[in-house]
Design a protein around this ligand. Structure first.
Ligand code: COD
Length: 299
């Protein structure tokens, strides 16, 4: 089981490098991630973006693009469409977002022409490494599905469980988060969380132990769970945190990074090929770790 990002990188290094198509690659953090991923031997790249900006940034970042395929496409939406089509048609193994808005990038890959849709819901999973924590935490969906339905959440859980499973987490313990751990008529997130837990019990969600509603404290702290008298195989030991909507997830993820200095990686699940969606402000390290996540999860 992979418990730390250094172990994830080691696992990625042991696999053959993947070819990553980057949409709107003309960005310094993207190019630094390209440099580092190539140095680690985990990926090769095709960069779709503004060639002049790529060349000038390459000098600043210190990456040699002489033997990297570059496709000149200054229009970022067009660049996303071209990169997505390369991955959909098998010319590349993985798609990565560069300097383009998340919505525009996601719309390009959702385009049926791109060949990346599978008929299943796509959802995003953040993976977090926190100081003093003995394992990686998976957070979903904090970046793609804005206000998922109950049925969507069942798929979102399945996607996150698949990712955790590919890193060797077994069993995968899933906490469906709400503000409280009791089912409350006036709090819709608690009703859905309870329904998802029952769906898992009945085999409608497979491969994981799912419980909810759980508040964040009793999902991740055994002491908090004990204090509240919660008896559950998930409480205090969650691997996957499922949030009610994108706002809750985004704030939780970003607070871990900015307040708690978590290291973060992210991957879109449910597409035909791995898709790296990091935010434009994410560090080069985070982008490189996300590539490693894509490499290991697709093995
Ligand atoms: N999985 C599979 N298919 C999907 C999904 C999904 N998650 N979402 C939409 N589709 C399909 C729909 O069935 C439809 O066929 C087509 O794609 C378009 O769907 P719409 O009409 O809902 O498309 P949009 O453009 O209104 O919204 C899709 C986005 C993914 C762009 C939207 O959900 C979005 O903006 N998400 C949040 C992105 C964001 O800003 N994240 C912040 C990250 S830091």
């Amino acid at each position: 089981m992979i418990r730390k990002f250094d172990e994830l990188l080691a696992a990625a290094r042991s696999l053959p490098p993947r070819r990553v198509a980057v949409a709107a690659a003309h960005d310094d953090a993207v190019l630094a991630a390209v440099r580092d991923a190539r140095e680690q031997g985990i990926a090769e790249f095709v960069l779709v973006g503004d060639q002049a900006r790529l060349s000038s940034l390459a000098g600043t970042v210190g990456v040699n693009l002489a033997d990297v395929e570059v496709i000149h496409e200054p229009d970022v939406r067009q660049a996303a469409r071209r990169a997505a089509a390369m991955v959909g048609s098998g010319q590349a193994d993985m798609l990565m977002k560069g300097l383009i808005g998340t919505g525009d990038f996601l719309r390009a890959l959702l385009d049926k022409e791109a060949g990346l849709r599978t008929g299943s819901l796509l959802s995003h999973v953040f993976v977090l490494e926190l100081a003093g924590w003995d394992r990686l935490l998976f957070l979903t969906d904090a970046a793609m599905n804005v206000s998922p339905s109950l049925a969507d959440k069942a798929v979102i859980i399945g996607n996150a469980v698949a990712l955790a499973g590919s890193l060797g987490v077994d069993p995968v313990r899933v906490a469906v988060l709400a503000a409280v751990e009791t089912v409350e008529d006036g709090m819709p997130a608690t009703l859905e969380a309870a329904a998802l837990a029952k769906m898992a019990e009945r085999g409608q969600i497979k491969g994981a132990i799912v419980d909810g509603p759980l508040a964040l404290d009793n999902a991740i702290s055994e002491e908090a769970a004990r204090h509240k008298g919660i008896v559950s195989p998930v409480a205090g030991r969650a691997d996957v945190l499922v949030v009610p909507d994108i706002e809750a997830g985004n704030m939780l993820g970003k607070s871990m990074v900015y307040f708690a200095r978590a290291r973060i990686a992210g991957l879109l699940m449910g597409a035909a090929k791995p898709v790296v969606v990091t935010s434009r402000a994410d560090s080069a390290e985070s982008k490189m770790l996300s590539i490693a996540l894509g490499v290991v999860s697709a093995k």
